[in-house]
Write a protein that binds this ligand. Structure first.
Ligand code: AMP
Length: 114
């Protein structure tokens, strides 16, 4: 999967501001933030999207959410609240086809999303 930009970040072939890392998950700041805090949490294994999930990936999906809670706490926006979003496919607004959880905080979010 050496064409995948997020795999390149995992391999340190592309720079990123990495905030959190385990063997299964890494998190880094979004290049084009849409909130004061905008962090992407990805599995280190290449999974294209929610549609590409297999039974064995259930643990890593849980790990991604545990990472979101831990990062929000470390960055000091757990109490004020935050939003996690995982876009899937074209209608979902997905542009990078390596599954990722957006962690957005530092401002009040509106609903419904665009
Ligand atoms: P999505 O539209 O849900 O697929 O989100 C992809 C996100 O990846 C966007 O918010 C982009 O700003 C972000 N992004 C793309 N390339 C990079 C990169 N090299 N480093 C950090 N974030 C990136």
């Amino acid at each position: 999967m050496n064409e995948c930009i997020f795999c390149k970040i995992v391999a340190r072939d592309l720079p990123a501001e990495i905030l959190y890392e385990t063997e299964q998950v890494i998190a880094f700041r979004d290049l084009n933030p849409v909130a004061p805090q905008h962090i992407l949490i990805i599995p280190t294994k290449h999974i294209a999207s929610t549609n590409g999930l297999e039974e064995e990936d259930a643990v890593v999906v849980g790990d991604m959410h545990l990472a979101a809670a831990e990062i929000a706490k470390r960055e000091g926006f757990d109490k004020s609240g935050f939003r996690t979003v995982m876009n899937c496919g074209l209608d979902g607004g997905q542009t990078v086809f390596h599954m990722h959880l957006h962690l957005l905080g530092g401002r009040t979010m509106s609903w419904p999303p665009g």
